[in-house]
Write a protein that binds this ligand. Sequence first.
Ligand code: HEC
Length: 136
Amino acid sequence: MDNNAGYAFAGGGCRTYSDVKPILRERCEGCHQAGEIGPMSLGTYQQARPWAKAIRQAVMERTMPPWHADEETSRRIRNSRALAKHEVDAIVKWVDGGALEGAAVEATAGVARPSGWRLGKPDLVIRVPGYKVPAG
Ligand code: HEC
């Protein structure tokens, strides 16, 4: 349902869920999907909408996505999870504009989870012999 046609980019560039969906898919849904470590799924508008205010706060305070390197350092890290400023701005605009749905988007269950090593095969794997912890 196109419930806010004409509104999406009017009046200072409001954003809808369909506009921010690519950001959520790339940056959040890897963890925020069933079976992953995020406490809730963000894969559909219905799932994400109740979290809109919390999402706004988390991206503004940069507590989400979890990433502790500062901005300058992040630019030099290939697997950086940090959001770019325009991504933060788009999410904030979405929430401030009423967290509307916009054009229908295909529901995603998050980015496909790679099996095995998530960051590629490491150069070195060290196997540690088992260690028994005595009970009590
Ligand atoms: C690496 C995994 C990971 C990624 C990526 C990630 N999250 Fe999270 N998120 C978590 C975990 C784990 C928690 C619960 C623990 C916590 O609150 O620190 C959480 C909690 C949250 C909460 C707070 C929920 C509450 O109970 O109040 C919000 C909101 C949130 N995430 C939004 C996002 C958004 C938006 C993105 C993408 C921009 C994102 N997260 C990306 C793992 C992730």
